[in-house]
Design a binder for this molecule. Sequence first.
Ligand code: ZN
Length: 243
Amino acid sequence: MTKPTALVVSAHSADFVWRAGGAIALHTQKGYEVTIVCLSYGERGESAKLWKQEGCTLEHVKVERKKEAENAASALGAHDIQFFDLGDYPLEMDREAKFRLVDVIRQVQPRFMLSHSQDDPYNTDHPYATKMALECRMIAQAWGHNPGEKVLGAPQLYLFEPHQTERCGWKPDTFLDITDVWDKKRAAIECMEGQEHLWDFYTNVAENRGNHFRRNSGGQAGGRPARYGEAYQSLFPRTVDEL
Ligand SMILES: [Zn+2]
C-alpha cells in the first residue's frame, strides 16, 4: 500500500522548521511521507548572523543554510527535501520554475499542503510563496497540463503561522497537538544556528498554541493535556457527511 503524503512549500530554507516542524514530525510518525520544497535558502534576507562573519560570500551562506535545513529535515524525519535555489529578497519564479513545482506536486500527490499566510507586510517573499503554491496546485489539477500524467485532486492548503499574526490577516482555524514530537521540533529548531535569536521565541509560540489546543478541545476541563501546538488557517472548505 502506498503511504499517505504531504507537501510543504517553504519560501526560505528555515521557514518550515519554525512554522510546520511539528506537523512534519507528527505526520511522519503517523506513517506519512512528507516532502519539503525550499524555494530559496533565505541566503540574503534571513542569514544576518552569517553575513556578520568577515569575508562571507553568497555561496558560503547558501552552503551553510542548506546544511542546516537538511539537518533540520532529518531531525523531523522528513521523507525528502528539495532546494529550488530561486533566490530571495525578492523571491521570484518564472514559468520553468513553476512547472518544476507542478512536477513535484504531481509526483507527491499530497493529501494536504502547507505554506505561508496570504499576507505579510514584513516579508513579501512569504505570501509570494503561497501564491505560487496555489498557482502550481491549480496547474497540477489541469487535465491539459502534460496530458497523460496523473492530475492532482483537491488537497487542503493549510497556511502556517506568520511571525506577527495580527499584521498578516491570518486567523487560525485548526490547532494541532505536537506534544509527542516536540523534542524533534526543538532539535530541528536548534539546527538553525544562524537564527538562534528565534529558538525561544518559537518555543513560546508552541506553548501558547498548546494552551489554545487545550482551550478549544475542552482539555482545560481535564482532557488531554496538550503542552505544545501549532496553528493553521485552512484555505479551502471542508466537505463532510456529518457536522
Ligand atoms: Zn522566511
